[in-house]
Ligand binder design. Sequence first.
Ligand code: PEP
Ligand code: MG
Length: 584
Amino acid sequence: MRTIFGIPVSPGIAIGKAFVQAAEGFRIPEQTIDADAHEAEIQRFHTALQFAKEEIIVNRESTRNALGQTFADIFEAQFQILMEPAIHGEMEALIRHQFFSAEHAVTIVMRKHMETFRKIENSYIAEKVNDLRDIEKRLLRHLLGVRKETLGLLSSPVILLSPNLTPSEAANLDKRFILAIVTEQGGAGGHTAILAAALEIPCIVGTGEFLTAVDGGDNLIVDANSGCVIIRPDTETVAKYRRIRDADVSRIESLDAYRDLPAETKDGEKITIYANIEFPYEAENALLRGAEGIGLFRTEFLYLIQDKDPTEDEHFDAYRHVAEVMQGKPVIIRTFDFGDDKSLDRYCGAPERNPALGMRGVRLALKRWTMFRCQLRAILRASAFGDIRVMFPLISTVKEFRQARRTAMLEVMDELSEQGIPFNKNLPIGMMVEVPSAVVMLDKFAEDADFFSIGTNDLTQYTLAVDRGNSNVNHLFQPDDPAVLRLIRRTVAVGNLHSLPVSLCGQVGSNLFNIVTLMGLGLRTISCAPNNIARLKRIIRQMSIADCKSIACTVRQMSSAKDIQDYVKNALRKAAPSLFDPDL
Ligand code: PEP
Ligand code: MG
């Protein structure tokens, strides 16, 4: 039994078997063979070994020709490991005596050696882990061949362990078969965190390296409430976590009572709660969970779930569906925001040196006019079927917003009018406020925008210079840092001054404690993952705006996120002690 820790980003507890996804997307299978099949299996292993050897020789020779002996030595080291008879012997023994499949034997032996090397405190030796990992991948590639199993082929529920999920992998997860997700890399604001919360899958990211210590099929407990993963737990621990999981489920069920109650404070102030969604099918769930609208539809996931761009009609069907499900409630569609953590090679081109500051959000949209026009046409067409609004991501200059609104949008509107296609000519057009320059210039934006939506994931990233998806700096990713709170406050103030609606749709809005500060700073509309709506309503209904204002007033004097978190927690404990009842 071993416990590792990471960043909990989507709550819940799961108990199940590991599905280990190696860097190339291989499953590490837990397979045995028939007792009389071991000779054939050993032969299969040797064939794979031979292919892997030839591959390394080719790599070694071409590297020597291109770059010289020093670089060729990298492959020489791998070659020596691969030729090591003791390693072959260990693998063969597992196949011959324990009837493991060749894949499983390779995985077990290579991971055992990686684990040993990892424990040695010598950077040269520790580096050898990469060679071993590379050899394992080579052998598995040849052994699995066309039988390579992918996430898409899962047929029974597993706990998914991965170095890091790509945006497309995360977008294509099949909730029926994923009990929980654990990734070695990633931070609280990354795409895996967002999608896991949307799909309501318990998830922990940023554990650091641990996959070498787990085999496919190992028993695991994932406690994504506290952020720990227990590998091969004993029966006592499993029994304990079953009890915790059951209590967790009934606690969540008890929140159902809040779904249909208004989000109204004790002193009668109404807070509007919207839902963030990534896929059209989530709209039903959002409504069921008590959402009063969709505050953020992250449309880039429509592109990530397939290998080609959605057609205009596919976009239209998705938007119309959400508008109709929401029965006249507002639906804020954000135009595609590729780049940075949601990159997709086919749009973002060659890797950029600094993608967070590169060609992403509205910058990419303005550059890729055909793609942008296609989406805008679909959004406008769908606006005839509900209260659809549109907003642009990553606006950093007034010129960008004007180009998107006055040039792009107007051109598409004229086109639809000429074609006699119905749409809402007064469709509200707003912007994400997620770059500090937008906050600084907000009075200028107010001349053009119909509403503002604060994106605290990016606002935190850009204000504090902290990569939102990097576990190394996750401790610095604090959306309740005083600098971020000041920007939020200013946005609300400018919005109020110009009578423009201001909402907030970053992850910070899902946090129990932050909601109080945000209300105290004047926010009255919050958009969060659907499974957080009932929890937020419960808090809002136990607070008064007067309490929230007084908390925010003290918070504004503070100079660190830690002080703010401690203070708000204590203040909440006093104002609404029942929120801390462990049975609730
Ligand atoms: C944000 O940045 O806070 C936001 C809501 O947008 P995304 O997480 O999709 O970048
Ligand atoms: Mg953003």
